[in-house]
Design a binder for this molecule. Structure first.
Ligand code: HEC
Length: 180
């Protein structure tokens, strides 16, 4: 049947419904191609993307450890202890790097917020004009690397802290769902 299509199209005898169907098929194919391109470009919909910092994903955690050592440890500390007196403002008026272990407040935040703070900077969550010593990672790390480093941080938390942060995260996701 397929081999009959070209001559019929050439003679303009196809009923409009076929053209509509064809247009629909092309539109779907086009959209699929578009998303595939986005995926290759490492966009938000990347096939291997994750939208959660899954601390039980060993591969993700291993990647995150590398990212942490290379990008975060210089300020947040090799053992995630943060900078000394991290609650006291520096002479510049800015805050020192807080710990990412159970003594800090990283675990008080849902995954998405930690992701956005790392990607776009903590300024995004501060009052207008807020200044921070931590530069955004949007041009340095891929989304997957950011989720990975957060997964690594979470993997170091004791089970109690992990489950409390999971609750905070779940509540946040549910509320966001309701707002839609
Ligand atoms: C140049 C030093 C520096 C580096 C490098 C750095 N940070 Fe930070 N980070 C800070 C400082 C300072 C703050 C406190 C932010 C503020 O309020 O100004 C902070 C805050 C944060 C917070 C918010 C914590 C909270 O409890 O609110 C997260 C999350 C975070 N950093 C993640 C990261 C990750 C992940 C990396 C590595 C990819 C990283 N940081 C690298 C200095 C740094």
């Amino acid at each position: 049947m397929n081999d009959k299509i070209p001559p019929q199209i050439a003679r303009g005898r196809r009923p409009p419904a076929i053209w509509l169907a064809l247009a629909a098929v092309l539109a779907v194919a086009g959209y699929a191609g578009f998303t595939a391109l986005q995926e290759r470009a490492g966009g938000a919909d990347a096939a291997d993307a994750t939208d959660a910092a899954d601390a039980t994903d060993a591969e993700l955690v291993a990647l995150g450890r590398q990212v942490y050592d290379a990008q975060c440890a210089s300020c947040h500390g090799e053992t995630l202890k943060g900078q000394p007196d991290w609650r006291q403002r520096l002479p510049s008026g800015r805050l020192p790097a807080p710990p990412h272990d159970e003594t800090g407040h990283t675990w008080h935040h849902p995954d998405t917020m930690l992701f956005e703070m790392t990607k776009y900077g903590v300024q995004k969550f501060g009052p207008p004009g807020y200044q921070s010593d931590m530069a955004p990672y949007v041009d340095i790390l891929s989304d997957r690397e950011i989720w990975a480093v957060l997964a690594f941080i979470k993997s170091t938390w004791p089970p109690k802290i992990r489950s409390r942060q999971e609750q905070i995260d779940r509540r946040f996701r549910e509320n966001r769902g309701h707002q839609r």
